[in-house]
Design a protein around this ligand. Structure first.
Ligand code: NDP
Length: 403
């Protein structure tokens, strides 16, 4: 018997709203609120047509705490699922504390004027959430999110010690556009153009952006060129699994994507430093976002699939062990079910599952601020199989790339 407020009506918000509506026994009332109410109304109409469920909609500026507080008080949810942008994480957490509701998001806070992901800002809320008897679950999408569930599951069932972790993320889909990003373009380009970073022997190793790459073979897809990036879940994983000697994150990019990105960077379009244009300050990257296709518009003719997994080496019962666990997700199937492409789908489904577990599972509702790998992975792994993201595993088999 729990009402949920979803904030953000983009690609991921669409999936979360559909998936919550498909589980009315847990989510007994749903409100979708965002900056542009028309987008919420469009999603609500689709949900009514496709699943016969009514959801409420509202306009909100999630940068504004008093506005959020008024909305939360008027709807009375048990929790907020934040799938707006990382810039809104702290204001929404503040509003949750003021109104006594639980919180979940899929991306860690970033200040708008520095492209820098770290958990410090949100971990600083630990005492306030604990003292209020409220829970905040951070980064519960796919990566971050399921990649940490996979790692926790590996540690619990297959290893005594984790030594090497490689998160391997492939999008082998084709949306037919010359250049588009699969989630919010501004956040995506900020992530890719900053220096890469990985963990090795107790410290962070920084590398120039996209400078380490190699082909990795993905299940049912084949080899794709994959690049080492910094990704936020590495920060909490190396803290929570201190036996890790190395932890890296790899993501595929096609040559066409990289060429476009290089040109955009070279001409200054990816900069987050404001420039003066026709009498007003504009941020080039925000302008670029406005002219690129919206992530939620890519779904209709998207073909191919994503494959995201964790490959791990370590020790079990005194012997070397390798382990690979992954999910493949079809863009077309995702679109058929919830009118979204697979990148939004693989983020929105875990957000719904995290919320479902917080609302129904004693193990998953604890006061304080948590990263996903700190909770029991088993019920999450079960629900992935039931709600559209089935996973597979290979123990002591060949890994997608050897090292
Ligand atoms: P979109 O840009 O498609 O959607 C973002 C939504 O948030 C839009 O509807 C936007 O409104 C709304 N929004 C932005 N600012 C505000 C504000 N101040 N107040 C209210 N609403 C606001 O992004 P995605 O759906 O692709 O991504 C959503 C989140 O998911 C991002 O934080 C992203 O980083 C994260 N993500 C996480 C992944 C994971 O695996 N963990 C993977 C992919 C994404 P408007 O429509 O008016 O612009």
């Amino acid at each position: 018997m729990s009402k949920v407020l979803i904030i953000g009506a983009g690609g991921v918000g669409t999936v979360v709203a559909h998936k919550c509506a498909l589980n009315p026994d847990v989510f007994t009332g749903i409100m979708l609120a965002s900056r542009t109410k028309a987008k919420c109304d469009k999603i609500a109409t689709d949900i009514k047509e496709m699943h016969g469920v009514e959801i409420a909609t509202a306009q909100v500026d999630a940068d504004n705490v008093p506005e959020l507080v008024t909305l939360i008080r008027s709807f009375g949810p048990k929790m907020v699922i934040n799938v707006a942008l990382p810039y809104q994480d702290l204001t929404i957490m503040d509003a949750c504390l003021q109104t006594g509701v639980h919180y979940l998001d899929t991306a860690n806070y970033e200040p708008k004027d520095v492209a820098k992901f770290e958990y410090s800002w949100q971990w600083a809320y630990q005492d306030r959430f604990r003292e209020a008897g409220l829970m905040a679950l951070l980064g519960c999408g796919f990566d971050p999110g399921v990649t940490q569930v996979f790692t926790a599951y590996a540690a619990k069932h297959h290893f005594d010690e984790l030594h090497y972790l490689d998160i391997v993320d492939c999008n082998a889909g084709d949306h037919g556009k010359a250049f588009a990003t699969n989630f919010n373009p501004e956040i995506n380009i900020r992530e890719i153009t900053q220096p890469g970073r990985y963990w090795e022997n107790g410290e962070w190793v920084e590398i120039p952006a996209m400078s380490i790459h190699k082909p990795i073979a993905y299940p049912n897809i084949g080899e794709r060129e994959s690049y080492v990036l910094y990704h936020e879940e590495l920060e909490s994983l190396v803290k929570n699994f201190p036996t890790l000697k190395r932890a890296r994150f790899w993501m595929t990019f096609g040559q066409q994507y990289i060429t476009h990105l290089q040109v955009l960077e070279n001409v200054g379009m990816t900069s987050i430093v404001p420039i003066r244009f026709q009498g007003q300050d504009i941020v080039p990257l925000e302008f670029l976002k406005a002219v690129l296709p919206a992530p939620e518009s890519l779904g209709e003719n998207y073909t191919g699939q994503t494959s995201i997994g964790c490959q791990i080496k370590g020790i079990k019962d005194g012997r070397d062990r390798t382990y690979y666990v992954w999910n493949n997700c079809s863009h077309a199937e995702a679109y058929k079910e919830v009118r979204s492409q697979a990148v939004s789908y693989t983020t929105g489904v875990p957000a719904m599952i995290g919320a479902m577990l917080m609302l129904t599972h004693a193990d998953w509702m604890k006061p304080g601020v948590y990263n996903v790998e700190e909770l029991n992975p088993d019920p999450f792994m079960d629900l992935l199989n039931k709600h559209g993201l089935p996973w597979q595993e290979v123990v002591d088999g060949a890994l997608p790339h050897e090292y």
